[in-house]
Structures are given as structure tokens and as C-alpha cells.
Design a protein around this ligand. Sequence first.
Ligand SMILES: Cc1cc2nc3c(=O)[nH]c(=O)nc-3n(C[C@H](O)[C@H](O)[C@H](O)COP(=O)(O)OP(=O)(O)OC[C@H]3O[C@@H](n4cnc5c(N)ncnc54)[C@H](O)[C@@H]3O)c2cc1C
Length: 161
Amino acid sequence: MRTERIRTDVLIIGGGTAGCFAAYVIGQKSGRKVLIAEKANIKRSGCLAAGVNALNAYITEGRVPQDYVDYAKKDAHGIVREDLLLTMSERLNHVTKVMEDLGLVILKDENGKYVARGNRNIKINGENMKPILAKAAAEQENVTVLNHVNITDYKTENKKV
Ligand SMILES: Cc1cc2nc3c(=O)[nH]c(=O)nc-3n(C[C@H](O)[C@H](O)[C@H](O)COP(=O)(O)OP(=O)(O)OC[C@H]3O[C@@H](n4cnc5c(N)ncnc54)[C@H](O)[C@@H]3O)c2cc1C
């Protein structure tokens, strides 16, 4: 068995939606070394693998982030982390803009406004969303991607993984 020692500042286990976006943001905002360990391949791994057709939690005109929290709480019969839902819905509009700048196609009406689907989301052409995210993350100078690595346990030294 070959043993390889890789040093990194940030280890991201799972290069799905959150993992790739986190790596991209850290790559953009700091010089910290980031390692994504992904059991599949970040290009098509995770829930976004096949693409989705709407961005949930987008706050449309006239709505506020708390509306999304209330909806999700009701939908899940109260079994939610309200603080996390609120943070997500407060920030998703900004993340949407970042994704659009990276190349995600978001449907717009004749006035150039995003087309809403219901009250809490907007329509996208999401087939390429994961490849777009994966490319954005992998292109960062300080981000390294290890595909086909399934993390099964941690070894710690001085309280560090
Ligand atoms: C069918 C479907 C339709 C959806 N439709 C929509 C929609 O229309 N609009 C919307 O906003 N949301 C939608 N969602 C929800 C949305 O896609 C997810 O909430 C979001 O993508 C989850 O992101 P995540 O990073 O938390 O998880 P994931 O994207 O699942 O990422 C987890 C990653 O971790 C990797 N991993 C797991 N364990 C290990 C390990 N031990 N070692 C290494 N890697 C590991 C996995 O391979 C995966 O790549 C949908 C979800 C599904 C499944």
C-alpha cells in the first residue's frame, strides 16, 4: 500500500455543492491551501449530479428570508435548524449572482428579472450547474482536488486532523 502525506490548511470532505462552493470562495478570498477529498468525481458528484431546475430558497420580490424558514419548518413538521435555514436564505441571492457570473443560465422575463417558480425559488437551466461549480473550484490556484477518495476515518495529531 502506498502512503502519501498531503498538507493542507482546509480539508473539505465531499466536493458536492457546498464543498465546491466553499473551496471556490476560500480560493477567491484567501491564500489558504484547500484540499477537496471526493469519493466520486466533483464534476458530477452529489445531489446536483444530474442538475436541478430551480434555485430553492431564492428570496423573490416582496419576500424576506424568514418566509423561507417558515415554509421549510412547516414542510418538515418543525424538524429543522432554523438558524441554518435563515443563514442560507439570507445569502442565497448573493450566491445566485456569483453562480450566474460563473456561467449558470438563469431564466429571465422580458424585463430582465429572474423568472420565479412559486414564492421561494427561481427557474434555472441547471444541467451544467455541477460542472460549472467543479471547474470554478478546481481552477483556484490553492485548491487541490482528490477524486475517488472515500474518507473513512480521521487521524489526529495535536488536535488537528
Ligand atoms: C433529485 C434532487 C432534486 C433536487 N432539486 C432541487 C432543486 O430543484 N432546487 C434546489 O435548490 N435544490 C434541489 N435539490 C437539493 C440540492 O441539490 C441539495 O440540497 C444540495 O445539492 C446538497 O448539497 P450538499 O453539498 O449538501 O450535498 P451533496 O451535493 O450531496 O455533496 C456531498 C458530497 O460528499 C461526497 N461524499 C460523501 N461522503 C463522502 C466521504 N466519506 N468521502 C468523500 N466524499 C464523500 C459525495 O459524493 C458528494 O459529492 C435536489 C436534490 C435532489 C437529490
